[in-house]
Design a binder for this molecule. Structure first.
Ligand code: FAD
Length: 416
């Protein structure tokens, strides 16, 4: 199977050679490519497959393509990174479950971690040895992430962490985490947060699996009870956690928009419609064409964003564009699949694994409109930070300390 075909502008012979190497390797590695994932697939199996594939990718020299060689990367450029994305677009690579590790935690560590942290972890991440998770959201802090309550208190040996996190993807398998915690409640909301590197195997950390409506089990609640963290575990600077987290979120949004859709999405929809419907009407054809157009635009945008990241720059608020586009596309695809399956989207024949798998994807789609920031938040970011429109009213009361501001909000909520 060939990739997207198009060469980069002014592609050099060395780059074309790299492209051919990627193409040949992907063709040889077909047995590692996931065809479809049953809804009730054991998450442990998925993670193990992801680890194995990542190890193969690393051994072949295709992990961390533009990342520094001293930390295990290939030391190449954004252009080789894009070539890999182009060539792998027709495949469902099985390292999707490592998205949080590779697309969110590792770039944060690379941008803000100490040399010691990078030396210790980046190579292990790229080679599939370490799984990481992102401990940001809490039951009362999702969109309003800076309102989080998990505390890291300064103690003579470093820090003592107490709190609860929710919706933590793949935490049940994670070896390490990036943790956002409040280190100074006397400072304004965004100014008293710090990011930490947390060993997920430490006693006092309890991970409880959550089952989603799609039947998949990659979510968790995480309880952190009196867990000591050494001073060297701070990522970035103390009380500078909001800036560090902004890097994570920008990478997360870009990664989500870049990692999907694949070039085969429309083709799969056409095949599904042709197989399942006696005839294809015009309206359905128009909807598939609309999806194809959006997919093509997103692919161009994703490559631009990846280029920005690989050039060592933060994608900034532009990542929100791709994230929003991807969420909307996911909803359109889910609606279309529901219409194609008809009654089979509610109750299908025993043994109809295709319907079971498509329904799991349909039920999974709303999650992508929420993960990494909801559609409303993406529109706020685009309005305020890209278009320069007026900011929405803030509830935290200017520069008031978090401890008093959060109390005031609660009082307001209670009396209004
Ligand atoms: C698939 C998935 C994976 C996830 N993985 C992780 C993970 O690994 N780690 C992690 O830390 N978190 C994770 N999350 C959590 C995710 O970041 C939050 O769910 C998300 O930020 C929304 O927060 P919330 O669920 O608390 O919703 P809320 O913030 O309570 O929002 C509820 C509704 O109010 C709207 N709303 C809120 N504020 C505004 C506003 N200012 N303007 C307009 N509308 C507003 C929202 O758009 C939404 O519709 C994951 C979520 C999903 C669905």
């Amino acid at each position: 199977m060939s990739g997207l075909g198009a060469l980069l502008p002014l592609e050099t012979p060395a780059e074309t050679h790299f492209r051919e190497r990627v193409r040949a390797w992907l063709a040889d590695s077909r047995q590692l490519v996931v065809e479809s994932v049953p809804a009730d697939e054991n998450p442990g199996v998925l993670i193990e497959r992801a680890r194995q594939f990542q190890a193969e990718l690393f051994a072949a020299g295709f992990a961390g393509i533009s990342w520094p060689q001293e930390f295990g990367g290939q030391g190449l450029t954004a252009r080789e990174e894009i070539i890999f994305v182009q060539e792998s677009a027709p495949y469902d690579l099985p390292n999707g479950p490592l998205a949080v590790t590779l697309g969110m935690c590792a770039p944060t560590l690379l941008a803000h971690g100490s040399s010691e942290q990078k030396r210790r972890h980046i190579r292990a991440i790229l080679s599939g040895e370490e799984i990481w998770c992102q401990l940001f959201s809490e039951p009362g802090a999702g969109s309003d992430l800076a309102g989080l309550q998990t505390r890291a208190e300064a103690v003579p040996e470093g820090w003592l962490v107490n709190g609860q996190k929710s919706w933590t993807t793949w935490a049940q398998f994670a070896d390490f985490a990036i943790l956002l915690a409040r280190t100074d409640p006397q400072r304004p909301k965004h100014k008293g947060l710090t990011m930490f590197l947390l060993n997920m195997r430490h006693p006092g950390i309890v991970v409880r699996e959550l089952r989603q409506m799609s039947g998949r089990r990659n979510f968790n609640e995480v309880f952190i009870d009196g867990v000591p963290v050494p001073p060297g575990a701070v990522i970035g600077v103390v009380n500078g956690g909001w800036e560090t987290a902004t890097t994570t979120l920008a990478n997360e949004r870009t990664f989500i928009s870049a990692s999907w859709p694949s070039a085969t999405l429309t083709q799969r929809l056409v095949e599904l419609a042709t197989r399942r419907l006696p005839s294809l009407d015009v309206e359905l054809g128009q909807r598939i064409a609309d999806i194809w157009c959006r997919e093509a635009v997103l692919r161009v945008l994703s490559i631009e964003l990846l280029e920005t990241i690989a050039l060592d720059q933060s994608p900034g608020p532009a990542g929100s564009l791709g994230k929003l586009g991807r969420a909307e596309l996911g909803e359109l695809v889910a609606d279309l699949e529901t219409d194609i399956l008809g009654l089979d989207s509610i109750a299908w024949q025993p043994g109809d694994s295709e319907s079971a798998s498509v329904v799991a994807d349909i039920l999974h789609a709303p999650g992508f409109s929420i993960a990494g920031g909801t559609k409303e938040i993406m529109r706020n970011v685009i309005a305020e930070r890209i278009l320069g429109l007026p900011r929405e009213p803030r509830t935290e009361g200017g520069g008031a300390p978090f401890s008093t501001a959060s109390r005031r909000v609660l009082l307001n909520d209670g009396t209004s």
